[in-house]
Design a protein around this ligand. Structure first.
Ligand SMILES: Cc1cc2nc3c(=O)[nH]c(=O)nc-3n(C[C@H](O)[C@H](O)[C@H](O)COP(=O)(O)OP(=O)(O)OC[C@H]3O[C@@H](n4cnc5c(N)ncnc54)[C@H](O)[C@@H]3O)c2cc1C
Length: 206
């Protein structure tokens, strides 16, 4: 059997082979694969590969490729709660929210990668950060083996950082957001250049 080449799975298109690659297309499969991967000394959860540099020597462990899908939502009078599988492509998800008139993620359009990786570095752009609308993640914790919902407040989300980036190992299975709806007051423009391009004051609602 040919070993999977990680250069084929990363944006930079560099990197040698992984000893083993397991692809998860359902959340239960993701849990099973990650749990199996823990038996190896080295393991890695891989999303879209857009923020990862792999050495030419490759990776002597198990790589779990996250390709899970699914978007669920519940609307109420104040907005919408959306739960998204980790493997959903981020930009496709943002486009879905815009199409449905859900507000809060527009400024994060165009960022590559998967939904599950987004909390790892608290992605952001144009004055908006994931932490503005992230409520909690469903997380498989490598230190305890537990699968549980973790509130955003426990992730130490900061500028391009979180506990997931700094030692809290495991797999993000699902990400939950609280978004507005188009009938709300709109979205505040928090980035000077964007405000200039739109011809509005900084902080204005559009
Ligand atoms: C052209 C370009 C533009 C970009 N622009 C921006 C930008 O504007 N703003 C910004 O914030 N970032 C930006 N980024 C960075 C990148 O888009 C984000 O970091 C993105 O969240 C990475 O997603 P990914 O699925 O590709 O993660 P990967 O590269 O696959 O993984 C990155 C890290 O997250 C971990 N990880 C991935 N999935 C999971 C999971 N389900 N559970 C646990 N850990 C996981 C991996 O182990 C790895 O440590 C940009 C990158 C590129 C190449």
């Amino acid at each position: 059997m040919t070993e999977p080449v990680l250069a084929d799975l990363t944006t930079l298109r560099v990197g040698g082979s992984a000893a083993r690659l397991l692809t998860a297309t359902t959340t239960d499969e993701l849990v099973a694969h990650v749990t199996t991967a823990w038996d190896d000394d080295e393991w890695l959860v891989l999303g879209g590969g857009s923020n990862l540099l792999v050495a030419d020597d490759g990776f002597d462990g198990t790589v779990v490729l996250v390709r899970t899908t699914g978007v669920e939502h519940e609307s109420d009078g104040d907005g919408v709660t959306v739960r998204v599988a980790a493997g959903e492509p981020w930009d496709t998800f943002v486009a879905t929210t815009v199409e449905r008139g859900w507000t809060g993620l527009e400024a994060l359009s165009g960022i590559p990668g998967t939904v599950g990786a987004a909390p790892v570095q608290n992605i952001g752009a144009y004055g908006v950060e994931l932490s503005d609308v992230l409520t909690r993640i469903e997380f498989l914790d490598a230190s305890t083996g537990e699968r549980a919902w973790v509130p955003a407040a426990e992730l130490a989300l900061g500028y391009r950082t979180s506990t997931l980036k700094h030692g809290r190992r495991g797999a993000v299975l699902t990400v939950e957001f609280r978004l507005g709806t188009a009938s709300d007051a709109g979205v505040a423009v928090r980035y000077a250049q964007l405000a200039g391009s739109l011809g509005v004051e900084l902080g204005a609602f559009v």
